[in-house]
Design a protein around this ligand. Structure first.
Ligand SMILES: [Zn+2]
Length: 347
């Protein structure tokens, strides 16, 4: 370790003793002078968090290149394991700097190891393509075996590995976009850490985290749709959903009937003007406080029904109820309320 070029030592313990002689004072002065010039940079790194354990000074100097935090008063190295927040790649020319090239894919929460895995190939050839000798081959075989064993060693890791594979399968089945898949992976990981997955099926918990992630991103999928696609019962899914909601502090926006209009409208083959009319009706209904405490799917279904009549592209209550996965009675009741309270004539 060398600070300011005045002394050199390799251990933290020698530095831990308060320094008293003139030479050290000189060194400290140098260090603090150096620290002054980089004050703004250090401020960003949160220098205020460090307080010296021997002299209680909070004046510290952070050596970014060495990853060390040093007390500027007595010279004690407070930490030598600072995390470098900079890029992990190196660039030697401006072109390289701009390209920001790196090896491997981006980290991905929906892979059990976040995509940061090491794979030992099965080819048994070296870097230049030559066959390995038999001793070397046996060594690589053992390495490969232990690599696989250490990758998923705990039961939590194994659970996560299975769950993330399921997540990929289900999300492609439901055409869930990447961002929502990432969110659901994070929800699942939190649930796993809080031991909520105990006694529940992996499939159920994955479906629940997907369903909740869709709601977080405000592109809700009906619970029933998720159930149908991945063959679990509604009871199982809603149980998992409630479990996650109870123990994880998720901020889920209230689902808005408007979010369903586009999906249902498209499934019913309604054009843009009908969807627009339905959204307008829902806006009015919200102003009239009609939507409070009502199932958003039912509200959306009723608004679509009214809009389909108003725009002359009538769909039956049964058709709409089936698309929205609510009962015909719900559509009829919501429709009656809407027509009465908003004074719409549909004849
Ligand atoms: Zn100190």
């Amino acid at each position: 370790m060398r600070h300011g070029g005045t002394y050199c030592t390799n251990s933290v313990t020698t530095l831990a003793k308060p320094l008293k002689d003139g030479a050290c004072r000189e060194m400290i002065a140098l260090v603090s002078k150096h620290a002054q010039t980089r004050k703004t940079r250090d401020a960003k790194l949160g220098a205020a968090r460090y307080v010296c354990s021997t002299c209680s000074s909070d004046e510290v100097y952070i050596d970014v290149t060495r990853g060390e935090v040093i007390c500027s008063n007595c010279g004690l190295v407070l930490s030598d394991h600072s995390i470098d927040m900079g890029p992990e790649w190196r660039a030697f020319t401006a072109d390289e700097q701009n390209a920001r090239q790196r090896v491997g894919g981006p980290t991905d929460w929906s892979k059990f190891d976040q995509g940061l895995t090491t794979i030992i190939g099965r080819q048994n050839v070296d870097a230049s393509g030559r066959k390995l000798t038999s001793t070397r081959r046996a060594q690589i075989h053992r390495l490969r075996k232990w690599q696989i064993r250490t990758k998923v060693h705990s039961s939590d890791k194994r659970n996560l590995a299975v769950a993330m594979t399921e997540l990929h399968r289900i999300s492609s089945q439901l055409s869930i976009p990447y961002s929502i898949r990432e969110t659901s992976a994070v929800i699942y990981r939190k649930a796993l850490r809080k031991r909520l997955t105990r006694g529940r099926t992996i499939l159920g918990m994955i479906a629940a985290s997907l369903y909740l992630a869709c709601r977080v991103h405000q592109v809700p999928r009906p619970l029933e749709e998720v159930c149908d696609q991945i063959h679990i019962t509604r009871k199982e899914l809603s149980l998992c959903v409630r479990l996650i909601l109870r123990y994880l502090n998720l901020k889920i926006p209230h689902s808005n009937p408007v979010e369903f209009v586009h999906r249902f409208g498209t499934e019913l083959g309604l054009p843009g003007d009908a969807k627009k009319a339905a959204i307008d009706i829902l806006e009015k209904a919200r102003e009239e406080r009609l939507t409070i405490g009502k199932d958003p799917k039912g509200m959306a279904a009723a608004a679509i029904y009214v809009a389909s009549i108003l725009t002359g592209q009538r769909r039956t209550q049964l058709e709409i109820a089936r698309t929205a996965r609510v009962t015909e009675v719900t559509v009829r009741n919501r429709y009656k309320e809407m027509v009465e309270r908003l004074g719409i004539t549909t004849t």
